[in-house]
Design a protein around this ligand. Sequence first.
Ligand SMILES: Nc1ncnc2c1ncn2[C@@H]1O[C@H](COP(=O)(O)OP(=O)(O)O)[C@@H](O)[C@H]1O
Ligand SMILES: [Mg+2]
Length: 450
Amino acid sequence: MSPPIFRLASLLFCVGTGALAGLAWRTEIPGAFSGALVWFALDSWRALRLTGWLQRLRKDPSAPPPRLDRLRGEVAERIQRLLRKQAREAAEHENRLRNLQLALQALPNGVVILDEAGRIEWCNRAAREHFGLDEQRDVAQFVTHLLRSPALVQSLAAQDFDEAVTLESPFSTVARPQRLEVRFFPYGQGRLLMLSRDITVIEQAEAMRRDFVANVSHEIRTPLTVLAGFVETLQTLPLGEEERRDFLERMARQAARMKNLVDDLLTLSRIEGGSPPDTREWTPVRTLLQRLDADGRALSAHVSGPDAPRHELVFEGLGTEAEIAGSASELQSALFNLVNNAIRYTPPGGRIVVGWALLPDGGARFSVRDSGPGIAPEHLPRLTERFYRIDADRSRGGTGLGLAIVKHVAQRHDAALAIDSAPGQGACFSLSFPASRIREGKPGNSATDA
Ligand SMILES: Nc1ncnc2c1ncn2[C@@H]1O[C@H](COP(=O)(O)OP(=O)(O)O)[C@@H](O)[C@H]1O
Ligand SMILES: [Mg+2]
């Protein structure tokens, strides 16, 4: 039976029962009327229960419906189903919103949402780190009151959002500069999305690249100018045999200087761009030291000249059986750069000690100690910068790239470069390798010699 018919039937039943009861006292009509009243009272009571439940639902959406007649029961059930569906949808929306917020939080770029008036509505963690904004404290504040960069204020005032604005982060210090790039994206009706990104590293890399190109150009131009001058002189002036030989020698020196520079640049770019050295390639340390010994003596003879005394070159640990993991050619190049410096910067007759020692932790240290002029403390932190020379004249043909190469090779082999020196005290350059790169080779095991 459908609910309306059931309702009609219950009304008729009440009216009928009232009329029948009234029949005994011949009061059928008042009886029927009383039956109708009873039906009405019951019906109103159920209606009140339904509205009471609807009231309760506002506070507690899961409140169970009261027992009701079929029609109202069905109404209550449909309402309940609708509410459950709404709750599910709301939870889904909330979940989606939360995930979106989490994604925005995870962005490395700063995100600030501004309302139509330029007030902050929301910001992510990166924005907090960039500008020191606080999501709780700064909500509803005008962004221009908090970020007072003139370029940013002007861009907002002019509503000119084509160009990115670069500004200094409030956390920027001289020791740790932090530069930011801010862009505005209008959306919706007059609302703005403000995105920021940290461009400190990009700007520094750009500055380094510019410096590098300028340095290389300068380093090449100097010998090239000298060379061109000599060529012109040779072409225009009638020179004696002696003078010609002298000129050609000087030209050869300049050409060698340019060749050294290009060689060092190539080495540096090869190390920088190359894959990390193979840790399965083991080289006997003795082989490296023997080569250094031979090359060092030849260099000492070359730089001292025929008349001056040679350097006193001492090699310690030549009997070592240890092996070292990494690129043999890179290691040889780094170690020779240190020996090369010691020989070039120590006057002839000076003493140079090249040492190799195993450390208690299983690692090993390679060191080059000289009795040369030493290095003032202010230069020490900068020595490994490319093209950094304390005294370009004294460096005589050096490229200024030697220690930059040493530093790179050290990094690629997990080694630490230490420089210990004071003016007049000589200098000691050392490379400490970790235990993972050193092993005690078996005697006679030099097959891996590269
Ligand atoms: N053993 C040393 N004694 C004194 N000064 C040194 C020594 N080794 C390096 N230096 C200084 O460090 C500078 C950088 O060295 P390096 O990078 O090898 O460049 P280069 O030798 O080509 O000038 C040198 O110009 C020199 O002034
Ligand atoms: Mg050098």
